[in-house]
Design a protein around this ligand. Structure first.
Ligand SMILES: Nc1ncnc2c1ncn2[C@@H]1O[C@H](COP(=O)(O)OP(=O)(O)OP(=O)(O)O)[C@@H](O)[C@H]1O
Length: 340
């Protein structure tokens, strides 16, 4: 572990990265100003191409910023590259471990590469094998492991040197739902036990919601929201969706509902959506009002807001609909960019 650093784990000021692709400039990350405290567990959430991986790759020194600054564990990512690398663990989207090696040997080699003695590297490998539930598979070739086992081994590789800040780029992409939940529990446990700062990127709304104390929503290279999942959602209010059997009823109900204080009304051809702070408590009164007005709804739904609703509210697009399957080979681009 590197010497103690007392300030924020991560600070960025105007952090920007452009790429040139087919003579076009891609503004992948546009002026990020962030401060992430030590011990936070933060999720970067956003659609494909939002700039999540590019941000992580700058913070982990894999690519330099085009402009702006960033420091991690007190070290500048450009001038203190080596110190940053010592202080962090990074688990990228590709698999870090060699295919033909045994999992445990990979961990030992990694420990040696970080300067541990042979005995310490063995001890650390044993600890990680136990911590990440790899006992049954650690002495098998990496190529024979399942996707979930591979991800756990990758995370173990990133933890060998007890990093103060751990970066995980889409840790659960490609895993089935059960393995995804197992991995989330593991990340939460590691975070609680080690107290290290964890920054992960994800497409999965549920993952960000369940795991992170803080959710930073990015779109088109910019931060569009930054708060706890609970606060982001409660700011939006519940959705009360009321269905009607005619357009005339929709119009009449919408006019009536526009008088509900501190609410928002959205109209579709068959329904009126009311956003209101405590939907379950309000719905009885709303139904009574509409019945008194001669427009009782034919269907009623009350839903708690999701992070997707937050994204929809901020951008007019659904994050769920912008999600696509990520091609892991499409993101394995590091060497040329380090030199860029
Ligand atoms: N090496 C590169 N050359 C050209 N453009 C790039 C390069 N790397 C990233 N980009 C572009 O920068 C933008 C941000 O990409 P980035 O990979 O950071 O997004 P992301 O939010 O991580 O997306 P995903 O969820 O798909 O991984 C995209 O438009 C992407 O095509």
């Amino acid at each position: 572990m590197t010497s103690p650093h007392t300030g924020p784990a991560i600070v960025t000021r105007g952090l920007t990265r452009h790429f040139t692709s087919r003579k076009q400039t891609v503004e992948a990350v546009q002026g990020l100003d962030l401060e992430i405290g030590q011990g936070e567990l933060v999720a970067f959430l956003g659609p494909n191409g939002a700039g999540k991986s590019t941000t992580l790759r700058m913070l982990t020194t894999l690519i330099p910023p085009t402009s702006g600054t960033a420091s991690v564990a007190g070290h500048d990512v450009v001038t203190g590259q080596r110190d940053v690398r010592r202080a962090i663990g990074f688990v990228g989207q590709g698999n870090g471990a060699g295919h033909r090696q045994l999992g445990r040997d990979e961990l030992i080699s990694q420990g040696r590469a970080h300067g541990l003695t042979r005995a310490d590297a063995h001890r650390r490998a044993d600890e990680l094998v136990a911590d990440l539930d790899l006992e049954a598979v650690a002495d098998r070739k990496v190529s024979s492991l399942s996707g979930g086992q591979r991800r756990r081994l990758d995370i173990a590789m990133g933890l060998v040197h007890l990093p103060r800040v751990l970066f995980l780029d889409e840790p659960s992409t490609g895993l089935d739902p059960q393995n995804r939940i197992n991995l989330q529990e593991l990340i939460q446990r590691l975070h609680t036990e080690t107290g290290s700062t964890v920054v992960l990127t994800t497409h999965y709304l549920e993952e960000a919601d369940a795991l992170a104390g803080r959710v930073i929503v990015v779109d088109h290279g910019r931060v569009i929201a930054d708060d706890s999942a609970a606060r982001l959602k409660s700011g939006l209010g519940d959705l009360v969706r009321l269905g009607f059997d005619s357009a005339a009823s929709v119009d009449r109900a919408a006019a009536r509902l526009s008088r509900v204080p501190e609410s928002r009304v959205d109209v579709t051809s068959e329904s009126v959506d009311l956003r209101v702070k405590d939907g379950s408590a309000m719905v009885g009164e709303v139904l009574a009002d509409l019945a008194a007005d001669g427009v009782p709804p034919t269907r009623v739904e009350v839903a708690r807001p999701t992070l997707d609703d937050v994204f929809l509210d901020l951008t007019g697009r659904s994050l769920r609909e912008t999600q696509q399957t990520t091609d892991p080979t499409a993101t394995t681009r590091t060497e040329s960019e380090v030199a860029a």
